[in-house]
Ligand binder design. Structure first.
Ligand code: ATP
Ligand code: MG
Length: 223
């Protein structure tokens, strides 16, 4: 479902280059949950951006849901992302002039679902995540944890093949963290999706089939 081969990514860093990812190779199959850990600044978010097609590697190839996304033009990759990839990132990019509910339903509405069906699906997900009573609010009037759950509901709207989650439980209390984890894990298991989860939480990582650690530009298995 996700195949990353020999991916490298560097950034300019003064007069030198920061060789962030050097030779990253791994695959995630349908129904599999992969946790990625690593120190702050090791390149975890950068790796997810590459898999989402938000950034392009210097070399190597990335295949998501049987399509090679490396080399796709921006418009094609944007359309592909909307259909196949669900993103739950550290910064949520919620639309501030739209209500919670509108933020959640928008991806499906844009993808061509009727307003009524999009709304019904959005409400179902918001119900599951315990934010249904916040549906009329603007993102600015929600707590950090509520915004996080909103972003998660939005990511799941189009029933993506691959979910990329960057510290999805970072702002959440224990109860909501468990709720969100259960929803993500359940989705993966029930519908044979792939989940790549960046987390510092060893308990959470331990619930995944596989844990890899990003260190020195390489991804290694954690014993
Ligand atoms: N576009 C860019 N230009 C220059 N440097 C960048 C760029 N994107 C990321 N970096 C650098 O790459 C390094 C890794 O960033 P990244 O966000 O991937 O780390 P991370 O592992 O997700 O860290 P954290 O756990 O703190 O979220 C950082 O030092 C960052 O400054
Ligand atoms: Mg990060």
């Amino acid at each position: 479902m996700v195949v990353v081969e020999h991916v490298a990514r560097s950034f300019p860093n003064g007069s030198e280059r920061l060789e962030l990812l050097q030779d990253v190779t791994f695959a995630v199959s349908p129904g599999e949950r992969l946790a990625v850990t690593g120190a702050s600044g090791s390149g975890k978010s950068t790796l997810l951006s590459l898999i989402a097609g938000l950034d392009a590697p210097d070399s190597g190839s990335i295949v998501v849901a049987d399509r090679t996304i490396t080399g796709m033009d921006t418009e094609t990759v944007t359309r592909f992302r909307a259909r196949h990839i669900g993103l739950v990132f550290q910064f949520h990019y919620l639309l501030r002039d739209f209500t919670a509910e509108e933020n959640v339903m928008l991806p499906a509405y844009i993808a061509g679902l009727s307003r009524r069906d999009a709304l019904e699906r959005a409400r179902g997900l918001m119900e599951e995540l315990g934010i249904i009573d916040r549906r009329e609010r603007l993102p600015a009037h929600l707590s950090g944890g509520e915004r996080q759950r909103l972003a998660c509901a939005r990511a799941l709207m189009n029933d993506p093949d691959v979910v990329l989650a960057d510290e999805p439980t970072g702002n959440l209390d224990e109860e909501n963290s468990a709720l969100l984890t259960e929803l993500l894990f359940d989705l993966v298991a029930r519908r044979e999706k792939s989940l790549i989860l960046v987390t510092h939480d060893t308990g959470l990582a331990g619930q995944c089939e596989r844990v890899l650690r990003l260190e020195g530009g390489e991804l290694r298995a954690v014993a």
